[in-house]
Design a protein around this ligand. Sequence first.
Ligand SMILES: Nc1nc2c(ncn2[C@@H]2O[C@H](COP(=O)(O)OP(=O)(O)O)[C@@H](O)[C@H]2O)c(=O)[nH]1
Ligand SMILES: [Mg+2]
Length: 451
Amino acid sequence: MLPSNADTIVAIATAQGRGGIGVVRVSGQHSATLAREILGKLPVARHATSCDFLDKNGDTLDQGIAIFFPAPHSYTGEDVLELQGHGGIAVLQLVLQRCLDLGARLAQPGEFTQRAFLNNKLDLVQAESVADLIDANTAEAARSAIRSLHGEFSAAVHSMVDELIFLRMLVEAMLDFPEEELDAVDAERRNVLLSSVQARLQQTLDYAKQGSLLREGAHVVIAGQPNVGKSSLLNRLAGEEVALVSEIPGTTRDVIRQAIQIRGIPLHIMDTAGLRESVDAVENMGIARAHQTLHRADLILLLLDASKGITAQDEIILAGLPADIPRLLVLNKIDLLDSNVALADSAPYAGFMVVGVSAKTGAGIEELRAKLLDKVGWHDQESGIFMARERHVRALMLAQTHLSKALAALASAELFAEELRLAQRALNEITGEFTPDDLLGEIFSRFCIGK
Ligand SMILES: Nc1nc2c(ncn2[C@@H]2O[C@H](COP(=O)(O)OP(=O)(O)O)[C@@H](O)[C@H]2O)c(=O)[nH]1
Ligand SMILES: [Mg+2]
């Protein structure tokens, strides 16, 4: 449930801890009344005003700058009061408590931004990018969040929606005429418009997938027979000894996870139990887990022992991998090969890209890193990327499905029109025009308090 908008809310907007300046932010209809009480006057709108922050007896709690932003020209679109005092834990708490005593309510996480959304100051994509910008850990992530906040992603979505609306109007008009009277010119226009939206959608999806990768990373699972060096490879990629390594087959049982970054892209690497027939009950539980993990992967690294080549057991594992998940064949232990044995043998195997590495010496690891990024869909073209979320990517893909269905239903104007309607709906959900309340609540609850 979305909290009530009638309340005046307050929160400490700056980070917990000591700082030169600390900001308490108030938003809502009682902000002006509250300002008169705590400052003894209402500051001139949008002017930084040096003030004493007063307690109920008129004694000074803190001294600082107050800024009053009357609605609708504020972050939330409501009356907003910003009190910029000293950034000490105790003094900020005193100012906060004073606001609470004057009738404000403590803001929930993301509630300021939620109000901005509800008052049409931001659309949903922009609101989400506020949180993403705050959470961004790398320069790449911050830049793409800013791009979304500026509305580049929203603009791309809106222009597709506009094209769809135009196409729908054209088709609805065509609905009134029987097929035989269908104007060839109109039909041609319809086809051109449809392929134009499809092309835009593909481009936007590309950018959004990149952004989603920056934000959420990808899950990479290392699989293969026992003893091929899966745990050693995880350790090598992580740059530390995360997993136990031994010459005893069946050492790894539980799935071991490690987050790494390659050129700013977060990757969650998972090391699994070696896949084989085993009589050990615990090892078999590990193998079952390995299989489950494989199905949730964004990319599978199938590891082989280069000194043994592709064995019958490897073939069995290969055949059992989930068909729709991208994979990379990695030949490990190339240090054991004769230096003359060129890795030309590692030409694509059964259509899969092959990389030769040595987890022991580090040979080939840089190449593996580059191929990993490539396989999870990172193209190193930073411009244009929007900070997108899984939710956005899914909606874009749904719109794409409906457009494909529309194309397949050209013969039936009704079906065609219906698929266009559904595609538009999927796009509108991205910017928040058709987003259910519970999803909104969920999105904003992940913000930090004071934003
Ligand atoms: N020569 C060589 N030995 C390796 C390499 N990677 C792993 N090993 C050895 O192979 C054995 C099994 O390694 P481990 O990482 O536990 O394999 P896992 O069972 O697939 O996880 C250990 O004795 C490792 O030291 C490599 O690149 N070269
Ligand atoms: Mg292992």
